[in-house]
Design a protein around this ligand. Sequence first.
Ligand code: SF4
Length: 265
Amino acid sequence: MVVFFRGLRNGVLTSGWPKRADVYFDEFPAAVEVLPGHGHRDLLAGASAAVEACPTEAISIGQAPELDRGRCILCGRCIATAPDWFAWAHGADTARLRREMLVVTPTVGSDDALDAVRAELARRVARLRRSVHLRHVDAGSDGSDEWEIAALTNPVYDLHRLGIFFTASPRHADILLVTGIGTAGMVEPLRRTLEAMPRPLVVIATGADAVSGGLIGRGYTGGTGVGAILDVDVWIPGSPASPFSLLHAILLALGRVSATAGVAS
Ligand code: SF4
């Protein structure tokens, strides 16, 4: 009875995203963005200091700073060091359909090849429609991404309301969600998982470790990200990627949201 009345008092806690934005978006730092610079030499010196401060070599400086979200672990040092150049970005829109699109600059360039990638993915997933099964494989993770993936089935995110479910068998899976740096020991298990999955299938690299090796890759276990092992369709930055970023990536793969998190259907 106590639980019943507590439920009535709390009301519906499940997020309405992607139909409507979530209040959580305004609070949670989902990624780092590069602010438009003003060409002042002192400002650029500040950005250079951020290069030194970054533990994963995610920032480089050419004409202007570039930040690779695929390497970023969201430590916030660049923002503290060079607030004129770097700031937190909020929302769910962090996943991208091409690896190079995770590299952000002060100006957003056009990408003609992206339309072709999106069209090919849309053709491939057309048959999946509204009942989609995910298989998760840990390819050398530190465990943080798994906590966020597990949260997808809690009452707040409730993945099932979107017709998306986890499966223990690759033979029932439409989407392969890979976490971890891609250790040498996981090359063969990943290959066999892919082989067992029915076609069409989609591969999502989840978190900075899976995208680039992150902070823990390139050690004695190997691991510069799973892109060296698999053909990845969607890249999710973050360390770990938040549940909303995971949701965005899955729906992006299915063509149910746009790359900028606008709701397509
Ligand atoms: S927030 Fe990301 S880009 Fe900035 S210093 Fe940390 S790892 Fe580097």
